[in-house]
Ligand binder design. Structure first.
Ligand code: 5GP
Ligand code: ZN
Length: 106
């Protein structure tokens, strides 16, 4: 999607480094980390939020991607967060899963 910051990142427009990637998703560091390690798992397809995601197999694979990215980052213990909707704190309307580990400042 043209005006979506995460679509632009996935497209390589900003040269963002991916700490992990697979067919379904890319994983990169949050620009404003709220923990010692703060990663974002972002599907390659543009879906606004969990409310618009109807592909349950993709959702399952995204959670497997969380696990694989956490393993690659050497994280044994971590919190996953999905903000859905503005009132819940969602700022970027391209669904993503936060991975937070270490000192979490949320
Ligand atoms: P939300 O509040 O939508 O659940 O999370 C959006 C997250 O994306 C925030 O933690 C914010 O810091 C992060 N973010 C926003 N813009 C950028 C960006 O351009 N690059 C990166 N790496 N992270 C971003
Ligand atoms: Zn997008």
């Amino acid at each position: 999607m043209e005006d979506c910051i995460f679509c632009k990142i996935i497209n390589g427009d900003f040269g963002t480094e991916f700490v992990y990637e697979n067919e379904d998703a890319v994983v990169f560091k949050d620009i404003n980390p709220k923990a010692d390690t703060h990663l974002l798992v972002v599907p390659r397809i543009h879906v606004e939020s969990l409310n618009e995601l109807n592909d349950e197999a993709l959702l399952g694979r995204l959670m497997m991607t969380v696990k694989e990215a956490a393993k690659k980052a050497g994280l044994k213990s971590y919190r996953t967060v999905i903000n859905t909707g503005k009132e819940a704190g969602q700022e970027v309307f391209h669904i993503h899963i936060h991975i937070l580990s270490g000192d979490i400042r949320l």
